[in-house]
Design a protein around this ligand. Structure first.
Ligand code: PLP
Length: 460
């Protein structure tokens, strides 16, 4: 093991308390340094004289302090090899993080929404794309990155989004980011100060981003046609039009035009969160609202649902007038999205591997959804799954007042999942909806049937 030693008192970074005697202050400071692990076992301390000079103490004060700590077992002194931190210092204070919620057993099945099937990440195809991308990358790809993102990726995305999602754009209006959450942080408050209308049910994590940015959010009630955009009182809104998150329906086509008319008339903007637009099962995909008016919609997408949230890659498709403002927030160099991952994604998209992966996953998720729907029809026919035409989760609506007990029952069945209450905007006045949000992408294939059975057992 390499020898650890500290040259001088300056390297020890000791802060001596101003009150009380010098000797006591040095003892306390050294003891704290050992206890917190800043001075690791075996570390050799500076000689008395050196430490005394550095800390402006008398040599005897240091000698006494060392002797005291040796007596207490914090330090060891060996003739000829100086004073060292003892091998066995006091154990760290016990963690204050609660280890386990008493009562319910540890979840056996994860039915929380929010994650694609991690076992289906296309490792081989991704690796092949990375190899091709690295082999052909121009030298400038290995320099500091352009905050717009790699041109190869922006070109690939412009073509893909036009074809698959009906987005009208050119590569110049695309800014690469590290996912939807990052897009929100880039836009708010520097580019768009708010306030902002959001759906009454949505991700609390995103509401937290607005809270941190000091941007007020106004909840917009939902009904069977999606967000009630006719109730908008502010020019800017954030919506999930293709697949309302988490309740699951698409925004009705009348409302798609209505919200575009609203942002156009008020000089506002629609932020379109297209988080899982590719996964539609029962009918043709609902295209992006952005196609109706690219100058009044900021379209945001990411690979978090289509590939993996671990990649941290996303994109903003911006009205022309906002491109420079967003780039100004990003700064001079790309600091979030690795250029090499961007090149790999560009290659993955242009080679057709992305389409193939989406097709494969669409089939897989559809099959899982069908298993869930069939099991419910058989074992809990009174529970109707909703929001199942698209995405990676379903909502099981429950009779009013039963959500909490259903969650408890689910925990006892070893299931991790959330209720609709976890997604409700705290200021929303729309009537409460009870329901379970069931992510069907996450459990591995071999455990999926068991997870669905456990879910059926938990239902009221
Ligand atoms: C509603 C919603 N929006 C956006 C995203 C994507 O978030 P990100 O790109 O930050 O991972 C998710 C999760 O994947 C989501 O559930």
């Amino acid at each position: 093991m390499p020898e650890k030693w500290v040259n001088s008192g300056v390297d020890l970074h000791l802060e001596l308390a101003a009150t009380g005697g010098r000797r006591a202050a040095l003892i306390t400071a050294l003891r704290d340094a050992v206890r917190t692990g800043r001075l690791a076992p075996g570390t050799r301390l500076p000689p008395y004289r050196a430490l005394a000079i550095d800390l402006r103490l008398a040599r005897n004060t240091v000698a006494d302090a060392y002797a005291e700590l040796v007596a207490e077992g914090w330090l060891t002194a060996v003739q000829g090899s100086g004073t060292r931190v003892a091998d066995r210092a006091e154990p760290l204070e016990p963690s204050r993080i609660p280890k386990k919620v008493p009562g319910a057993p540890k979840p056996r099945h994860n039915l929380r929404q929010g994650q694609p099937d991690a076992t289906s990440f296309p490792r081989a195809e991704w690796l092949a794309a990375a190899r091709r991308a690295l082999t052909t990358a121009p030298h400038d790809a290995f320099g500091p990155g352009d905050p717009r993102g790699r041109p190869e990726l922006r070109e690939a995305l412009a073509a893909y989004l036009a074809r698959a999602r009906g987005v009208r754009t050119s590569p110049e209006r695309i800014v690469v980011c590290s996912g939807f959450a990052h897009a929100l942080r880039l836009l708010f408050p520097a580019v768009l100060p708010g306030p902002l209308a959001v759906e009454a049910y949505g991700l609390a994590f995103h509401r937290g981003i607005f809270d941190t940015a000091g941007v007020r959010t106004i909840p917009l009630a939902l009904d069977e046609k999606g967000a009630r955009v006719e109730d908008l009182t502010v020019p800017t809104a954030l919506l999930t039009p293709a697949h309302q998150f988490p309740t699951g329906g698409p925004l009705h086509h009348d409302r798609r035009t209505l919200v575009v008319d609203h942002v156009r008339a008020t000089g506002g903007l629609l932020i379109e969160d297209d988080y899982d637009g590719e996964f539609r099962y029962d009918r043709k995909p609902v295209g992006a609202v952005q196609g109706l008016d690219p100058e009044h919609v900021v379209y945001v997408g990411s690979v978090s649902k289509s590939l993996s949230p671990a990649l941290r890659l996303g994109w903003l498709v911006l009205p022309e007038r906002l491109v420079d403002a967003v780039l100004a927030v990003k700064g001079e160099r790309e600091a979030w999205a690795s250029a090499l991952d961007q090149l790999t994604l560009a290659e993955f998209v242009t080679s057709g591997a992305y389409d193939r992966h989406i097709r494969r996953m669409r089939l897989r998720y559809r099959r899982r959804r069908d298993v869930l729907v069939a099991a419910l029809a058989e074992h809990a026919p009174h529970v109707v799954p909703t929001g199942i035409a698209a995405g990676l989760h379903a909502v099981l609506r429950l009779p009013p007042g039963t959500e909490k007990s259903a969650l408890k029952a689910a925990a006892w069945q070893g299931l991790a999942l959330d209720g609709l209450a976890a997604f409700r905007h705290p200021a929303s006045t729309m009537s409460t909806m009870d329901g379970l949000v069931v992510g069907y992408a996450t459990p591995p294939d071999h455990a999926y049937a068991a997870a669905v059975e456990a879910l059926c057992r938990a239902l009221p």
